[in-house]
Design a protein around this ligand. Sequence first.
Ligand code: GLA
Length: 703
Amino acid sequence: MPITYNATKRLWILETQNTGYAFGISGDGHIKHTYWGARITRTKDYPDLSEHQKNPWWDWNDEIPVRGEGHHTEECLKVRYKDQVRDVVLTCQNHKISGDYLVVTLVDEAYKLEVDLHYRVYPENDIMEKRVVIRNLSSNEIKIDSSFSGSFYLPENNDYRLTSLTGMWGHETRIQRETVHEGKRVFESRVGRTSHFMNPFFAVDERATEEHGNVWYGLLAWSGNWKMVIHKRIYETVQIVLGVNNWDFRYSLMPGEIFETPGVFFGFSQSGFGTMSRNLHRFQQEQLLPGTDAQKHRKVLYNSWEATNFGVNEENQKALADKAADIGAEIFVVDDGWFGERNNDTAGLGDWFVNRDKFPDGLKPLIEYVNRKGMDFGLWFEPEMVNKNSRLYEQHPEWVLQFPNRPKTEIRNQLILNLAKEEVREFVYETLDRFLTELNIKFIKWDMNRPILESGWGGEKHQEKMWYQYVMNLYAIWRELKRKHPGVILESCAGGGGRVDIGIMRYADQFWTSDNTDPFDRQFIQEGFSLCYAPKTMMSWVTDWGGKNGYPLTYRFHSAMMGSLGIGADLSEYSPDELEEARGCISRYKAIRDTIQNGRLYRLMSPGKTAFTANEFVAPDHNEVVVFCLKNPAPLSLFSVLRLKLRGLDEDGVYQDTETGKDFSGSYLMNRGIDLDFHQDWEIKVNRTRHFDSKIVVYKKIN
Ligand code: GLA
């Protein structure tokens, strides 16, 4: 049973295949956490609150710590009642278990505030979820100052390490590791989107490696302002609180209304970061990612942005479509520049009608041309934005987020529409729906190129709810588009990887990982991305970043082939030999993409630690193994033969190298390993200061 309630011990126990999580009711009706870690084989052994008496610091370990109840714990819930009472007192009323779901209901009796703690377990994926729903049953307004999704407590240990993903534009999802010291460490977004700077993810470990050691981890499903506090107090366990940011936040809960927090998806690994990532990937592949046949495999995409920029027109797009189809692309995407007076980034955003100077007969002739070439057609939108120089702004200046008597800051010459407004939500939905209904569009790249600054909502009494409502309306639009147009692939882009999270992943099929497509830089960005997010969701382009001759073309492909492959290079500049090389790589990718996109990832070598990036993908049925190895410049790398020990294979299975025909037992590949020869000839070494090389090895299981 994934969820049980032990009435004698007054304890709830949530279990997945390998993980246990428990909390109980104290004598005064409070819900206290007691356990999070490896699954305990005898359910009756899970610690209850009698042990709690012996460990006084546990007193603070509430499943939902509030501002009040006689302590100062970092709270999940803080409200103001009508009479200015700001002390919440919750007691448990009842609970309901239905299969993999549990709801525990608590009430603040004096003020008729009801709080439901929702739990869900995904036993096969080793993942659990919790979130909170707050209901105002009184006849007065209740102001919510903070409402986080959950609080976590780790077993006592003085030597925890925290892993987070931080970064900036062009260098998103960089792995950061630090000791958890006494005090508070805060990670957050205040920019209205998930942000390039920090990702809503934590992993706390006991000096774990890729393969060994305990890791507790969690991801917040939210694409707006979020906050995560890691708090370590002397004598006490580490507490982690995360959810919607309480900065510039207030939500007015009127009688009868409810407020729902986003969910936190969390797990525990006893075998290092590798298992953590594979659990998260599998959970995303199986539970979150929209699953029609169209989405089973991500198609190879070509996007003309870097080739034609704002200068798109029917003729140059058709010429690029010829080249893209010829090398094997399966989706052709027109990026920015096809609409309104959009000849550069100073005008046109908001005017979502086709520019007739560029496409005299609309987009239909181009789409039909692309379709005749055997490719799907995709289109770029940035629906949350407006340029001052646009018809939309002339018609609806009041739709823009702004404060009176204050400047409206423009970034990339654009302002932000207040998506929290109902009429803006309708406008955005109807625009996208119209295009998807009238034209044969199978892919949307949805961009959001700037952060929110002036968060004013003219005419609205409860202005601060904008931050929350904006994201809820965004989700509502994506949900409805997905429902009505299930075959369309939606990509979440935000001026690079600024909106990468599992909140939007419930509707999005993939992410624009970063604007930086330099194949060497990408190995660092991609490694961080892969800690949390499935390779299938990672759009990776081959471009000419780093200079056309800076990297071998096959190396550029190999770097991008470790995710969902796209090509963004200007193919009109490619020689017949280069096009042939690209064609070969794309055809190879198609042959192995099922294993890359739907398989299990083993990170064998980290670019941050060695001159190599090595990743192994094992097919879910174990029948295929794909190993990527990219060699980067490093001192003394002239005579390098790399021995790689593979992982995750069937020990007794027999695997055949598809290139040489040689076969090996799984135990040989995992214990002795394979040798990859990266010897360079002397001429290459002396003539090129930076030498990049790469290999793919593919094994088929033959026995
Ligand atoms: C953002 C995206 C790019 C491209 C441009 C178009 O910067 O990240 O990929 O779509 O917008 O203006």
